[in-house]
Design a protein. Structure first.
Length: 490
């Protein structure tokens, strides 16, 4: 008979080996701040007694942590949490931009997306996860199975709202984010991007103003530009998210028709709003009768095992239109996303039909079958650990190689970092210079419509950590130092 481990004990039937679980425990304590840089970690003997495993198992776990660069052995003394060479501070809260701004769609975004697919480039620019982390082989196998099993059905348009079996799975997964919904309240879409586009069209008309975080995801700014909408950028804290006081003031003094936020592991800042702030956000929006489009593309990618609740989980009035996808967790190229548009559901359904009739049937079938077959949560746990490690390594590497005075975010989920370098850096020029050295980065001005953040870049961490990636960060840091030195001379 299988018995559950006592609290604090390791799981002997887990797919992870015992030594990996030991490593994981310590790593969680490091990431959670319980074990700070320089702290001594429990002795091998003590931990082996505590966890009822052999000394060799603990030693193997500690060796794994050494390999990952989290701890170091000190002769005659034991194991310690490594002190990063430089631990860059976190950027300060940004500022709001008073004026609603007309947006200009640039072609730099398209270039950065193209660079992500070039095999000769280290792709730190676009926020696209490397295929090796995703269950690509299994998903593709399921895709060919479902198409073979139902050759006619897979060629037909499905319902405008999307394949029922997929909507059932999405509704089930919504419970993880605290949202109780049913499949009839969901419209499937070609990714989060289409979902946001449809929701924006449902609640605004050309010329309207939309409140957004600053900096914000460039795909959102492009969508606003394409729909002839203006944006008003609200101050955002790299840990806590949008400044609710500034949002309240903006809604009280300007005519704002909608608010679009990424409350869980926002892109590019990686912030995550607390539950209290999510409740307060809804109150502020309700006071001014403004709907929220909630972009939850990264919500599943928490680092500490607790998935944040969606703002929609607190929504009692149908004022939240929630949008998300499987792009960051399963397959960006399958283009499977969804909207839960609350009281705007019929409007979004009509817009979906007028835009693209329905979402592609074969990939909807494949994702539904994948989710039905189980194992998604276990896979997700591994993916979160992978991204957490990669983000930690990238922070360390930036601290080591970038100019003094650089600041870096500390996201608790997702896979992007926002790096703020000293004034004097021109990140658009830095992008060009880095590209000629084989590295793609996303310059800060892409994330605003107000020509700010010229000294900032966003880095994608969802690629395997290799010496080439470390060298790529060193190259960008070196180029930034040269720019700064020249700026100081002139
Ligand atoms: C915050 C955010 N929203 C939406 C998207 C678009 O995602 P999708 O591929 O699901 O359309 C991205 C992609 O990077 C993103 O970062």
């Amino acid at each position: 008979m299988r018995t559950n481990p006592r609290p604090g004990q390791l799981e002997r039937h887990s797919r992870n080996t015992l030594y990996e679980q030991v490593a994981d425990r310590i790593e969680n304590l490091i990431h959670g701040g319980t074990l700070r840089p320089g702290a001594r970690i429990p002795s091998v003997r003590r931990l082996s007694k505590q966890l009822s495993v052999s000394v060799t198992t603990v030693l193997e776990g500690y060796r794994l942590l050494e390999d990952k660069g989290f701890i170091e052995a000190r002769p005659q003394s034991g194991y310690y949490v490594r002190v990063p060479l430089q631990s860059p501070p976190v950027p300060e809260k940004t500022t709001s931009c008073e004026q609603a701004t007309d947006l200009e769609a640039g072609d730099l975004v398209l270039r950065i997306l193209r660079e992500a697919n070039r095999p000769d480039i280290v792709p730190l620019g676009a926020a696209v996860p490397s295929a090796e982390f995703l269950p690509t082989a299994r998903l593709n196998r399921i895709l060919s199975q479902v198409v073979r099993r139902d050759p006619h059905g897979s060629q037909l348009y499905d319902e405008v709202t999307g394949l029922k079996s997929l909507r059932v799975q999405i509704a089930r997964r919504a419970l993880e984010s605290g949202v109780t919904t049913n499949p009839d309240e969901i419209v499937t879409t070609a990714g989060t991007q289409e979902a946001i586009h449809l929701c924006l069209r449902a609640v605004t008309k050309p010329g309207d103003t939309v409140a957004v975080e600053s900096p914000t995801y460039y795909g959102l700014l492009e969508a606003l530009a394409g729909l002839h909408l203006k944006s008003i950028e609200i101050a955002t804290d790299p840990n806590e998210g949008i400044c609710l006081t500034d949002l309240d003031t903006a809604l009280a003094t300007k005519s704002v028709r909608a608010c679009v936020l990424v409350p869980s592991f926002g892109n590019p800042l990686g912030h995550c709003m607390s539950d209290d702030n999510r409740r307060e956000l809804l109150q502020v929006l309700r006071k001014h009768d403004v709907p929220l489009i909630e972009d939850d593309a990264y919500g599943d990618l928490t680092f500490n095992g607790v998935r944040p609740k969606a703002v929609k989980a607190f929504d009692e009035h149908g004022q939240v239109l929630m949008c998300s996808s499987f792009s960051k967790t399963l397959a960006p190229g399958y283009r499977i996303g969804w909207a839960m548009p609350g009281r705007y559901k019929t409007a979004v359904e009509k817009l979906k039909f007028s835009t693209s009739v329905a979402t592609a049937t074969p990939t909807q079938m494949a994702v539904a079958a994948y989710l039905e077959s189980g194992g998604f949560d276990r896979y997700l746990r591994g993916l979160r650990r992978t991204y957490r490690d990669l983000v930690a390594r990238m922070i360390g590497s930036v601290g080591e190689h970038f100019p003094a005075g650089t600041r870096v975010t500390r996201p608790q989920g997702g896979h992007v970092l926002w790096v703020e370098m000293p004034e004097g850096i021109d990140s658009i020029r830095l992008h060009e210079e880095a590209l000629s050295e084989g590295v793609s980065i996303a310059p800060g001005p892409l994330f605003t419509a107000t020509q700010r953040y010229t000294n900032c870049v966003r880095l994608n961490c969802a690629i395997s950590w290799t010496p080439a990636v470390d060298a790529a960060i060193a190259t960008v840091g070196h180029l930034a130092k040269i720019q700064l030195a020249k700026a100081q001379l002139s």
